[in-house]
Structures are given as C-alpha cells and as structure tokens.
Design a protein around this ligand. Structure first.
Ligand code: ATP
Ligand code: MG
Length: 201
C-alpha cells in the first residue's frame, strides 16, 4: 500500500495543494492521499491562523469529490506542536505494516526539510516527494546535500504543474476584495465567505 501525506496549514486549502497532490498521486500510483491540517505549525506561530475547525472543514470540502483523497485529524487531535515525525509514527500505528508513506512537499518546504524536528529520523521513516513550486528554483541535490548519503534515496522529485497560488496571496486578495475564483474549489470559497474568514468586514 502506498499512502501520500499532504500536510499543511491549509489556511485556506487551495488548488495548488490539490493539483500537486493529484499529480503525485498519479505519478507514483498512490492508493490514497491523506490531507492533514496542522494544529500549531512550529514555523508559523506569530500570525493569526484561522480556527482549526474552519481549516478542517475547508479541507474536507476541497477533497470530498476525489475518491483517493482523505482527511486525517491526527495532528489536530494531538496536543502541542505538529511535528511530522510524530504524525508519521501515528500513521504507522494505524496502517498495515507494509505501507509506504510518501510525504508530499512543495519545493520551498523541501529546501527547509533538514531544519524540521528530528529531520534525519523523520526521513528514515518515510519517503519525501519534492513537488514543483512556482517561484522556487529547485535542484534535488540541494536537498540531498543536507542528509546522510544512506537517506538520500528517501527524497525524490516529481514534476508537478507550477501554479502560482499560495494561501498568503488568497488571504491578501480577500482583504482587498479581489476575486479568488479558480484559486480555491467553489465550496471552499462559499464556506470562507459565509464564515467571514480572512476579511475585516
Ligand atoms: P502560506 O502562504 O500561508 O504559507 P501555502 O500556500 O504555502 O500557505 P501551506 O499550507 O503552507 O500553503 O503549504 C502546505 C504544503 O503545500 C507545503 O509543502 C507547500 O510547499 C505546499 N504548497 C502550497 N502551495 C503550493 C503550490 N501552489 N504548489 C506546490 N506546492 C504547494
Ligand atoms: Mg507555506
């Protein structure tokens, strides 16, 4: 069994996340992709983050029409910061022992992977898939060089559509009353407008 992990703040989830997950799902013939909203992202403390309830609701709305996409609350259910190494351990306890996990990252995040909590242990436990991220020049060797040789084959690159979409840009657009059509799935837009998220109106 091959299971993709798409972790993120998802504040809000957008078509960049979805298209990336779909491209990797297809390229690696994954059995499923788990979307895992983060509880307290260690690198993002300091700015306001929408309630985890709303981020979870939007993640479910965005993924419900895809038969291979599922949502896990494993990080929201846990106290304290969301460390990927704890998440992978938790998933290994749930899935059959022959499951291989593929942690999907944008190139921006892949270049920072060595700074994650217990990075070497983490990379020894699953595969990492560095996907294309528009705006980030990417060379897999730049990620490999941060890890011991014996772990490097656990980090691979998959070309994915370069979509110039970020949650930051979507939040800015909402504040400025600009359109976010085609940047997020329609039900996500309906939900965040209904709940008044990201706007000071
Ligand atoms: P923010 O602007 O708030 O940082 P974001 O758009 O970067 O939000 P995150 O929730 O931080 O979204 O990202 C979760 C994961 O998805 C990260 O690995 C990130 O690199 C990846 N990702 C986000 N947007 C894209 C995109 N457009 N293309 C490819 N990967 C993406
Ligand atoms: Mg980000």
């Amino acid at each position: 069994m091959k299971v993709g992990i798409m972790g993120g703040t998802f504040d809000p989830i957008h078509n960049g996340h979805l298209a990336t997950a779909e491209a990797v799902n297809d390229a690696l013939a994954l059995d499923q992709v788990l979307f895992i909203p983060a509880a307290v992202p260690p690198h993002k403390r300091g700015r306001h983050i929408a309630d985890s309830f709303h981020r979870l609701a939007m993640t479910i709305l965005a993924t419900c029409s895809h038969p291979n996409f599922h949502v896990s609350t494993v990080e929201l259910d846990r106290e304290g910061p969301s460390y990927a190494v704890d998440t992978v351990d938790a998933l290994k306890n749930i899935f059959p022992s022959d499951t291989n996990f593929y942690f999907i990252l944008g190139a921006d995040a892949a270049l920072e992977l060595h700074t994650w909590h217990n990075a070497f242990e983490l990379v020894s436990k699953c595969f990492f898939v560095a996907a294309t991220r528009q705006g980030t020049d990417f060379d897999l060797a730049d990620v490999h060089k941060n890890f011991p040789v014996e772990l490097q084959h656990h980090i691979i690159h998959v070309e994915t559509p370069a979509l110039e979409i970020s949650s930051t840009d979507i939040r800015d657009k909402i504040l400025r009353h600009q359109s976010i059509k085609y940047l997020v799935p329609e039900p996500v837009e309906q939900y965040l407008r209904k709940e008044g998220l990201y706007c000071d109106c």
